[in-house]
Design a protein around this ligand. Structure first.
Ligand SMILES: CC(C)(COP(=O)(O)OP(=O)(O)OC[C@H]1O[C@@H](n2cnc3c(N)ncnc32)[C@H](O)[C@@H]1OP(=O)(O)O)[C@@H](O)C(=O)NCCC(=O)NCCS
Length: 164
């Protein structure tokens, strides 16, 4: 398995992956209206161009034999602290449970360390079973966070951290 850093040329790949991963992940957690709203907010061309070109989000793609398996996005020095924020980590449903997620977290841990960050941090929906994946990899819940994302929608998250 290879890890490739995505450029703006890979935006359509990120969109194709998110189209296949988001609906099954959140169907039992969020309304279809909220899923559409959040996907547009995070994965439209303009949103992804801004994340990659302006906000300093790095997208990693896992690739094997020419097939893309999933993506992780991260931001170094989040809010000026020595923290690497993992904004997104998504693996194709048919490939979950086969080590791709661990491969991503190990890779971003090494990058964080290399750039002098001491901790990984992420938000996860409080009803997402990914919480147990994060716990397995050594993350701990540090707080609860409700985020108003507009249109009457709320993100009901835990913040989870792990030292690198
Ligand atoms: C969460 C996700 C990224 C994990 O990636 P993955 O490739 O499926 O996980 P891995 O196969 O690398 O699992 C690593 C370890 O965590 C464990 N694990 C994975 N998912 C788990 C779960 N839901 N509950 C308990 N343990 C879990 C595995 O058993 C494995 O343990 P081991 O290495 O000791 O055997 C992936 O399942 C996914 O994309 N889910 C849907 C999208 C999502 O919810 N993303 C997170 C948004 S915040």
């Amino acid at each position: 398995m290879n890890i490739i850093e995505a450029s703006k040329d890979h935006i359509f790949i990120i969109q194709s992956l998110s189209d296949r991963i988001w609906p099954p992940t959140f169907a039992s957690i969020l309304t279809s209206g909220q899923i559409r709203y959040m996907m547009d907010m995070m994965y439209s061309n303009s949103a992804l161009e801004e994340q990659i070109g302006v906000l300093g989000h790095h997208y990693l793609l896992a690739e094997e034999s020419g097939e893309y398996l999933g993506y992780l996005s991260y931001e170094l020095d989040y809010k000026g602290a020595d923290v690497t924020k993992i904004h997104k980590i998504y693996v194709l449903p048919s490939l979950q449970g086969k080590g791709v997620g661990r491969f991503f977290i190990d890779a971003v841990g090494r990058i964080a360390k290399k750039y002098g960050n001491a901790e990984l941090s992420l938000n996860v929906n409080r009803f997402n079973k990914a919480i147990d994946f994060y716990k397995r990899l050594g993350f701990e819940v540090v707080k609860c966070e409700d985020i108003d994302i507009g249109n009457g929608f709320l993100m009901e998250d835990y913040v989870m951290n792990k030292k690198v």
